[in-house]
Design a protein around this ligand. Structure first.
Ligand code: ATR
Length: 276
């Protein structure tokens, strides 16, 4: 009997905007792998039933996106430490013993993107300044701390959310008032926008950037537009800038490797395929 091709997909609501099918579709074609990666529109109510059914239909795994990243933790049978720490999962592996294993690769994607886009980046060279304290910030803070940054300066419009992350993730985080956010950039050698500001249709990030150090590595999680005003201004000040698309591409690597058995490359051809 011929074995059916392995299936994977991305579970979310809405799902039409997800770029993951383009990412995995490109890799499947590029490496000539007999497999499929599908967008799966799933409501909160159906989430558990769908996740439990997928392995029975030939799925080897799935990505999970908004709004299911947190609730998936309750459904999976086994969680990685980083998924527990971040409080969210984005990658599921359906094991042959029937168990559902959940990981979070967002922090990995963030670091891999910086390493590729700014090969000289040294997380230990100075404090990291993080703008925003939402869901994306959690994975990035965990990843930065793990990479060895000596201090994380964290600023968020709603200050108590930043304080809560400090309480959860430790004293290496220092909270800075949102109106003072420009000042914290003066010491930082890594600067990250984790807010949705600057995204097409959203207001611009208004934090004054004149304090940025020219040797800072500056990155944005926003990738639409690819070159946000934040990155354009940082580049004009001599900083090394890394756009947010790479984080999305790199976070997909561990899942693809586990499901389809080959570690895929993040290169220009992939970026073109995803943007096109
Ligand atoms: P995500 O999961 O992508 O991080 P989120 O949890 O909704 O999304 O967080 C969005 C981030 O953008 C938050 O840090 C949010 O600040 P608040 O916690 O004060 O809401 C930030 N953000 C969104 N709109 C903003 C605005 N107009 N000004 C400042 N910060 C904003």
């Amino acid at each position: 009997m011929i074995k059916p091709p392995p299936l994977a997909g991305v579970i979310g609501n809405p799902i039409g905007h997800s770029k993951s099918p383009k990412v995995h579709g490109h890799w499947l074609r590029r490496y000539g792998i007999r497999g499929q990666y599908l967008p799966l529109h799933v409501t909160d109510q159906d989430l558990e039933q769908v996740i439990r059914a997928l392995p029975k239909m030939g799925f080897v795994g799935a990505n999970v996106t908004i709004p299911h990243k947190t609730s998936t933790l309750q459904i999976a049978d086994q969680l990685t430490d980083r998924a527990i720490l971040i409080g969210a999962a984005n990658t599921l592996i359906f094991r042959e013993d029937g168990k559902i294993y959940a990981d979070n690769t967002d922090g990995y994607g963030f670091i891999a993107n910086l390493k590729q886009g700014a090969p000289h980046w040294n997380p230990k060279s100075g404090p990291a300044a993080v703008l925003g304290a939402g869901g994306a910030a959690r994975a990035i803070i965990v990843a930065l701390a793990d990479a060895g940054v000596p201090e994380i300066l964290l600023s968020n419009r709603t200050r108590p959310k930043a304080e809560a992350l400090r309480a959860e993730f430790g004293t290496r985080i220092n909270v800075v008032d949102w109106v003072q956010a420009g000042n914290m950039l003066e010491d930082a050698t890594t600067v990250v926008n984790t807010t949705s500001l600057g995204m097409t249709g959203q207001p611009e990030l208004r934090v004054p950037l004149d304090g940025l150090r020219p040797d800072a590595v500056v990155t944005d999680i926003v990738y639409s537009p690819l070159r946000t005003q934040f990155l354009a201004q940082a580049e004009a000040m001599g900083c090394t800038v890394v756009d947010g698309l790479g984080m999305l591409l790199h976070q997909a690597v561990p899942g693809f490797e586990r499901w389809f058995g080959l570690r895929p490359e993040v290169d220009d051809a992939l970026r073109k395929a995803v943007l096109g």
